[in-house]
Design a protein around this ligand. Structure first.
Ligand code: PHE
Length: 517
């Protein structure tokens, strides 16, 4: 007869020689939660009484969108059937009418990807594979979705259950690749326990539950029996070392948003390099966003389709007239910058227009105008806006980091050195520079960072401000300038392949994102 602590006792009691029992079943049998069972199992395994085997099991869950796929009939099947009914071929442009929906990109993508339709000079035609799909009425992915829609499946052995239901799990997985808007796949480790020979022998000799004290209470400390109790426990081998490596349930305490963390890291990096931070209006006059940067008033970036203009109020206040006149002259004839300017009539009304700033370079130029005396290093982080379609690497509302270095000794090497150090600090494997053009810098360069599977991604624009920018502000020394996306840095930092992830409330990702580097 041997006495065992409660947890180990309960687990051993639930195990029979020659039987393999899952942790889930032990949870059921003992009423203890999973992390406790695993802790007990680990202790028993260390003493050679049980073995723990692990088996990976794939778990599929439907998203909201997936749950709405009626009867497991995916949109491309519905499209396929309709194309079949209308004769087997269809002019591509007619598909929206046929399906009675505006956006048919998903249908077309999967019809062609699955090889159900060919697409040739604007015509969709059902292929042999498409005809086979029509006869078969469903495919592995649809069968899987249909099955999940029924509910009531056992999570613990989902792939056994799926196979049992006649679903080709591997084929379904292959077909569902890239469709995690419908079905999410998670790999779960199932752990199962069985007795070793030593465990069987121990059980055969008889096991008993020992009295166990898990916590010292103030009352216990106050009794003279404490010493007695402790000695008894030591004698019974019931004192256990505190083991921080035992498994527990994961905890997800509140934490900063990953993007917020990246912003703090960027600020820290620039502070460490001796920069001061400035703020600047999000809604600003075109004067500071464009004109002061020597961007001509007919520049395409200023057009309505690229820039958001304020409807109400339409105009804002300009700085003192001397500065406005200096900028006007620079645009018209170069003023005293040695340039010929853009040679057109500068319109003060256009400069008064209020816009949602399209870059934070407006902050840099405001900082330069406020104090052009070297040496200075200034940066700004803030929201910027462009009328842009969103995709993997673009957002219409995003954040930028802009910086300038005002220094007599500053050169292109200073600029490249600073930016390379910065982006490497943010996690870039490599940094590259490529000649480019901006209306306000000469020379200009685009900066690319290498990021994992995305390869080379453009991080920022940079250059040395032209005299047409610095002179009217009373600055006579070189000014290095750059500006680029903050979310791109976050992609780098968190290995994201889709920038939109940062603005979706994906709780799994938010929980798992590792904030410390
Ligand atoms: N403002 C530019 C952009 O938004 C970047 C830039 C800033 C380029 C400063 C040169 C100098 O892309």
């Amino acid at each position: 007869m041997i006495r065992l602590p409660e947890l180990e006792y309960r687990i051993l009691a639930a195990l029979e020689p020659g039987k393999v029992v899952s942790v889930a079943e032990l949870v059921e049998a003992t009423g203890k939660d999973q992390s406790l069972i695993m802790a007990g199992a680990t202790l028993l395994a260390k003493r050679g009484l049980v073995v723990v085997t692990e088996e990976a099991n794939e778990e599929f869950t439907l998203t909201q969108e997936g749950a709405e796929v009626e009867g497991g009939r995916l949109p491309e099947r519905i499209a396929l059937e309709k194309i079949d009914k209308s004769g087997g071929t269809l002019a591509f442009a007619e598909l929206p009418t046929l399906l009675n929906k505006k956006d048919v990109r998903a249908e077309v993508k999967w019809l062609t990807k699955k090889g159900w339709c060919s697409r040739d000079s604007g015509v969709l035609a059902i292929t042999d594979a498409g005809r086979a799909a029509l006869r078969e009425r469903d495919s592995a992915d649809e069968r899987l979705i249909w099955y999940l829609c029924q509910g009531g499946y056992p999570f613990q052995q989902m792939d056994h259950a799926l196979q049992h239901a006649g679903i080709d799990v591997a084929a379904a997985r292959a077909l569902l690749k890239g469709r995690d808007n419908l079905v999410k796949v998670k790999t779960r480790i199932n752990r199962r326990l069985s007795l070793t020979e030593a465990g069987v022998a121990l059980k055969a000799g008889g096991i008993k539950r020992a009295a166990e004290i898990n916590q010292l209470t103030p009352e216990m400390l106050a009794t003279p029996r404490l010493v007695q109790i402790t000695n008894d426990m030591i004698a019974m081998g019931l004192f256990r070392r505190y083991d921080p490596n035992l498994p527990t349930a994961p905890k997800y305490p509140g934490k900063e948003h990953p993007l917020q963390r990246v912003i703090q890291e960027i600020r820290q990096a620039f502070f460490e390099m001796g920069f001061e931070e400035v703020a600047s209006p999000t809604v600003d006059t075109a004067f500071w966003v464009f004109d002061a940067l020597f961007q001509p008033q007919d520049h395409p970036a200023r057009e309505m389709q690229d820039t958001f203009y304020m409807a109400e109020p339409k105009c804002g206040r300009l700085p003192d007239d001397k500065l406005v006149q200096a900028i006007a002259r620079t645009h018209e004839n170069g003023g005293d910058t040695g340039s010929t300017g853009w040679r057109y009539k500068w319109d003060i009304e256009k400069a008064r227009q209020l816009v949602l700033r399209t870059h934070t370079t407006s902050a840099s130029i405001r900082a330069l105008a406020a104090n052009p005396n070297p040496p200075r290093k200034v940066f700004c982080i803030g929201k910027t806006f462009r009328r842009e379609n969103t995709d993997q690497t673009h957002l219409a509302e995003f954040m930028q980091i802009d910086g300038i270095i005002i220094d007599e000794q500053a050169t292109l090497a200073t600029l490249f050195g600073t930016l390379e150090a910065f982006y490497k600090k943010m996690g870039a494997e490599e940094v590259r520079f490529r000649p480019s053009f901006f209306p306000y810098t000469e020379p200009s360069a685009e900066v690319f960072a290498k990021m994992g599977s995305l390869g080379w991604v453009e991080m920022c624009g940079s250059g040395i401000f032209r005299p047409e920018v610095t002179r009217p502000l009373g600055c006579k020394v070189p000014v290095l300038a750059w500006g680029g996306g903050v979310e791109r840095i976050a992609m780098l930092r968190f290995g994201l392949e889709d920038i939109r992830k940062l603005y979706m409330a994906d709780i799994d990702w938010l929980r798992q994102a590792r904030l410390s580097g």
